[in-house]
Design a binder for this molecule. Structure first.
Ligand code: FAD
Ligand code: NAD
Length: 454
């Protein structure tokens, strides 16, 4: 790449928090001519979350859906500074952020560097959410989550661990049955897609490598509501339930997990009674809640920021009560669902508005132009345009709920699966990622999934 211009003290500093769907899209679309741009995130890559469930069983390898953020930075006209660190606090009066660098991304207890303070003129908060356990006892200690790449790695390892332990001779039948019981808590799209991938692994690969054990593996999905996928059309819910029946995945609805223990979990059944069910692997996919730093930001604007689920923003994505701070994606309460599509549209919208008001201010030599106010003056509010919902449900079938001329078209089956594959390939951030994902799909077709336990 051409040599990038360095930091310019005459320009304002724009800090982006996070390298997820929202902030990375801002970075991708932002004209760095107008700002000194600083990115802060505990992970130095963007993660294509829609294909994360495929990584839990090796349909796709982890690195195929990770895009180093420095690749994006390299293509900007001016130098972008990156701190691999977590923002833990903010002083909105002094426009200062506190950063802490965890020396191990997997084990927070292993220590940290810092803290370090940095200043901002403008701040974009795109820190996403964190897993919500609803305070259920034992979840943090014993369950696996499915949110970050390390979670997929942990699930893959624990799954193979349970299976290899079950292959050991001198254990009781009851213990073997426990080890081979795979449980998914939460019937939202994350839980459904994971259960679908697990079924495929069992059907395509484990049944070849462990013919006797594979027959004994059970998959159970537990959902507190009367049905799975509450955000999808009724026809697609029925289609998913019948596909799961065919694939012998048990769905327990109106059943709430109350506690997770080391080897079993307690549920409240529909009739109010409680059962203690043994498991070998338990994946907890019950949605998200606010990140700790979001609560720190909220605390600065306590009178206005009264919703514990995230940062209340106005229709220009400005954090209510704050100056010069925007929020987008899962951490922003903008009236839209926590979706990658929403975060990326918000990121694009914000970058383009910033580009245009900053370009105008530069033409008019107004170094101190107030971008926060100008965006409202010069542009229309952000409006989300849904591209529809897609989800993979296993055995090469997907479901789709797509908007079409003010109506919704629903589809489920093998053709939808091919549509799902092509849509995701199209959305992948770079040619590099698309190539890696296609090559993983081809590898799996010819050689099956890898069962080695790392
Ligand atoms: P994220 O993408 O979560 O990014 C947050 C970023 O902030 C990360 O880089 C994180 O490291 C960083 N961060 C966290 N804390 C701090 C801090 N203190 N300081 C600085 N940085 C911080 N949505 C869809 O529309 N379609 C799908 O098919 C789909 N599939 C999904 C599958 C799975 C398994 C999951 C978990 C989610 C899926 N989603 C999907 C939802 C989608 O991933 C989220 O809505 C989206 O990631 C939100 O983007 P974001 O930028 O707000 O947050
Ligand atoms: P979710 O919030 O959509 O679903 C979580 C489910 O867990 C809910 O149905 C809830 O009733 C259930 N639940 C909560 N506590 C429970 C308990 N104790 N016992 C049993 N069930 C319990 O969460 P998600 O699936 O992780 O999705 C998070 C966001 O990401 C959503 O906005 C979703 O649309 C999006 N997403 C989209 C896709 C896709 O479009 N393909 C894929 C994954 C995630």
């Amino acid at each position: 790449p051409a040599e990038q211009q360095a930091f310019d003290p005459s320009k304002k500093t724009l800090v982006l928090l996070g390298t997820g769907w929202g902030s990375t899209t801002v970075l991708k679309n932002l004209d760095t001519e107008h700002f000194n741009v600083v990115v802060v995130s505990p992970r130095n890559y963007f993660l294509f979350t829609p294909l994360l469930p495929s990584c839990t069983v090796g349909t796709i390898e982890n690195r195929s859906i990770m895009e180093p953020v420095r690749l994006l930075m390299r293509h900007k006209s001016r130098e972008v500074k990156f701190y691999e660190a977590e923002c833990t606090d903010i002083d909105a009066d002094r426009k200062e952020l506190t950063l802490v660098r965890r020396t191990s991304t997997e084990d927070a207890a292993k220590g940290s560097d810092g803290p370090v303070k940095i200043s901002y003129d403008y701040l974009v908060v795109g820190v996403g959410g964190t897993v919500n356990t609803f305070g259920t006892p034992g979840v943090e200690e014993h369950a696996c989550f499915l949110k970050e790449i390390g979670d997929a790695r942990k699930i893959r390892r624990q799954l193979m661990d349970s299976i290899e332990s079950a292959a050991f001779d001198n254990i009781s039948d009851a213990e073997r049955e426990r080890l081979l019981h795979m449980v998914v808590v939460g019937g939202g799209p994350t839980g459904i897609e994971y259960a679908g991938e697990l079924h495929d692994f069992l059907q395509d690969d484990l049944s070849q490598w462990y013919p006797e054990l594979a027959k004994k593996i059970r998959i159970t999905l537990v959902e507190a509501l009367p049905n799975v996928l509450p955000a999808f059309d009724k026809k697609l819910i029925d289609y998913t339930q019948s596909t799961f029946d065919e694939n012998r995945i048990t769905i327990l609805t109106r059943t709430m997990v109350k506690e997770v223990k080391e080897k079993s979990f307690i549920v409240q059944n529909p009739d109010g009674s409680r059962s203690d069910i043994p498991y070998g692997l338990l994946v907890w996919a019950t949605g998200i809640k606010a990140q700790p730093v979001v609560n720190r930001i909220r605390a600065q604007f306590g009178e206005v920021q009264t919703n514990g689920r995230g940062l209340l923003v106005d229709e220009y994505l400005r954090v209510k009560g704050a100056r010069d701070i925007w929020a987008l994606g899962d951490c922003a309460l903008s009236g839209y669902a926590p979706l990658a599509q929403v975060a990326s549209q918000q990121g694009k919208w914000l970058a383009r508005r910033l580009n245009s008001v900053a370009a105008q201010a530069a033409r008019e030599n107004k170094n101190d132009a107030d971008m926060f106010a100008l965006i409202e003056e010069k542009s229309r509010p952000f409006k989300y345009s849904s591209q529809g919902s897609l989800a993979y449900i296993g055995s090469e079938k997907a479901i789709a709920d797509l908007p079409f001329f003010n109506r919704n078209i629903t589809a489920g089956g093998v053709a939808t699966f091919w549509f799902w594959k092509s849509a995701y390939l199209n959305e992948l951030f770079s040619l590099r990622n698309s190539t890696l994902v296609v090559s993983d799909w081809v590898k799996r077709f010819f050689f099956g999934r890898d069962i080695s336990r790392e």
